[in-house]
Design a protein around this ligand. Structure first.
Ligand SMILES: Cc1cc2nc3c(=O)[nH]c(=O)nc-3n(C[C@H](O)[C@H](O)[C@H](O)COP(=O)(O)O)c2cc1C
Length: 219
């Protein structure tokens, strides 16, 4: 929110969506977190193993409610203005662990995705860098009301893709990642500071429970 001439820093959660210790997506998430921190934003770097949770089960939910991992992830999402997910591609789609986490968190009302911006990035040893998985990941996030940034970044040949200090080995890729992240942060900043995008999201058709729509030209 804007407060006089000293607006509070943007808050961005950067989330590596793979479980394994040597995850290239965790490395890409760290690099994105560094770039965002350099822009002056507050960054919360997280990874999937911070949020252990069982497979979604409606019976378990009815008895025990959402698991601690889902509550913790929801809390981290609530804190931020925007989030970045660095996700692998599994069989040309979203990894099950990530979809499972989204499903659990979406069950906690009010679900936090609908008020956030998101940037999607991926790393893969393949030549396409996991880009098809990001297209699939847009679907549940956009369904939940997240404003998913149109541009995405996919790092191909990721096992050889990083320098020792955590930057991208290919200078052109490093430049493109930095440009994409910077443009995303500027959009989030414009929305958070000037409320220029339409805010309303309908839980279901006919829902009138939220604040009035803020039109693009208002504010
Ligand atoms: C079940 C499974 C399916 C995969 N499918 C794809 C795929 O469709 N496209 C791709 O580029 N890589 C695929 N991979 C390889 C992953 O990109 C690779 O394991 C990558 O290192 C995972 O990301 P991480 O390094 O962050 O763990 C697959 C890996 C697994 C385990």
């Amino acid at each position: 929110m804007t407060t006089g001439t000293h607006p509070a820093p943007l808050r961005v959660l950067v989330f590596g969506a793979a479980l394994r210790a040597g995850s290239t997506n965790a490395r890409l998430a760290s690099l994105v977190a560094r770039l965002i921190a350099e822009s002056g934003a507050d960054v919360d770097l997280a990874r999937m193993r911070d949020f252990p949770m069982p497979l979604y089960d409606g019976d378990a939910e009815a008895v025990m409610g959402p698991p601690q991992g889902a509550l913790a992830l929801r809390g981290r999402l609530e804190w931020c203005d925007a989030f970045v997910i660095s996700s692998p591609e599994y069989n040309a789609s979203v990894p099950g662990v990530l979809k499972n986490a989204i499903d659990w968190v979406s069950r906690i009302q009010p679900q936090p995705f609908k008020t956030k911006h998101a940037l999607l990035v991926s790393a893969s040893p393949s030549m396409v860098g996991g880009n098809r998985g990001l297209w699939a990941l847009r679907v549940p996030l956009e369904h939940l009301g997240t404003r998913v940034y149109p541009d995405m970044f996919s790092l191909a040949h990721a096992y050889e893709g990083f320098t020792e200090d955590g930057r991208l080995a290919h200078p052109g890729s490093q430049e493109r990642l930095a440009e994409t992240v910077s443009a995303f942060v500027h959009l989030v900043e414009a929305d958070v500071r000037y409320v220029c995008l339409q805010r309303r999201w309908y839980e279901f058709l006919g829902d009138r429970t939220e604040a009035p729509v803020t039109q693009r030209a208002e504010g």
